[in-house]
Design a protein around this ligand. Structure first.
Ligand code: HEC
Ligand code: HEC
Length: 206
């Protein structure tokens, strides 16, 4: 674990070292994403980097632009977002297009279930309000800007719900979509509610 973090810090230090303006013009290998996000973007719990395979292109683009534009990953308590943000600040519009195309070619395999201490039957009731935007099967809804949740790493969904609840995500004045989600997360109230709703999402497939 420590070795992974050490390697990552060195990695971040290396890519952070080049002059920003200069490296933006240089062609670079934007294939470093799998270092954290795992083979074919299947997610990597060790560094808390979620599954990217199967992610909707419009949602992927928005998040990369949010990280790049300092809308996400800037709260001092948002450790995982802070790890991700420098990966996006290097990206040009063209490299974002390339990455989206590249990721689109990856095989989508629903993530393994790891959350065992939630109650899916209680979660089902809570999910009723979520379905309005995320869909009855958590398949996502592009016109409302709400991503698919089914098949995503459950530990990542838990972290994001906690982040929205604590205001680490979705509090930036330009984060229109994040703000909508922040209003909704209050219905879950606490950690037990979060675990229950994520356990229910684990029963859904798209
Ligand atoms: C140093 C490790 C690391 C690298 C390298 C990295 N990421 Fe991430 N990424 C993370 C972590 C950790 C998170 C979770 C952030 C959070 O919890 O808010 C994340 C989150 C994301 C998200 C948000 C997903 C969502 O569901 O909202 C996207 C999109 C993403 N990364 C894309 C990429 C792409 C594309 C690359 C390559 C250009 C990349 N990442 C490289 C660590 C990394
Ligand atoms: C009013 C519509 C709406 C409702 C209702 C809603 N959400 Fe969301 N949710 C969104 C939007 C929009 C986003 C994308 C935010 C962004 O772009 O950062 C989102 C993002 C999320 C994310 C982050 C996904 C990721 O990959 O990072 C999770 C987890 C989530 N919602 C869970 C829920 C749960 C659980 C509920 C019910 C308690 C819920 N949402 C209710 C609109 C909604």
């Amino acid at each position: 674990m420590f070795k992974t973090f050490l390697a990552l810090s060195l990695f971040i230090a290396c890519i952070g070292g080049a002059g920003a303006a200069e490296s933006e013009r240089e062609p670079f290998d934007d294939r470093y994403c799998t270092t954290c996000h795992g083979t074919e973007g299947r997610g990597n719990e060790g560094v808390q980097a979620p599954r990217l395979a199967g992610m909707e292109p419009w949602y992927l683009r928005r998040q990369l632009e949010n990280f790049r534009g300092d809308i996400r990953g800037v709260h001092p308590e948002d450790r995982e977002g802070i790890a991700m943000r420098p990966m996006a600040t290097k990206l040009t519009d063209e490299s974002i297009d390339d990455i989206i195309e590249w990721i689109f070619g990856w095989e989508y395999i629903p993530a393994e279930v790891t959350i065992k201490d939630g109650d899916p039957s209680r979660g089902r009731g809570l999910y009723g309000g979520c379905a309005v935007c995320h869909g009855a099967n958590a398949e996502g809804n592009e016109s409302l800007g709400a991503p698919a949740l089914a098949g995503q790493n459950d530990w990542y969904l838990v972290t994001q719900l906690k982040n929205f609840l604590a205001g680490y995500r979705g509090a930036h004045p330009n984060d229109t979509y994040g703000a909508q989600m922040r209003t909704m997360v209050s219905t879950l109230r606490n950690e037990a509610g979060i675990l229950n709703v994520v356990s229910y999402i684990n029963t859904l497939s798209r």
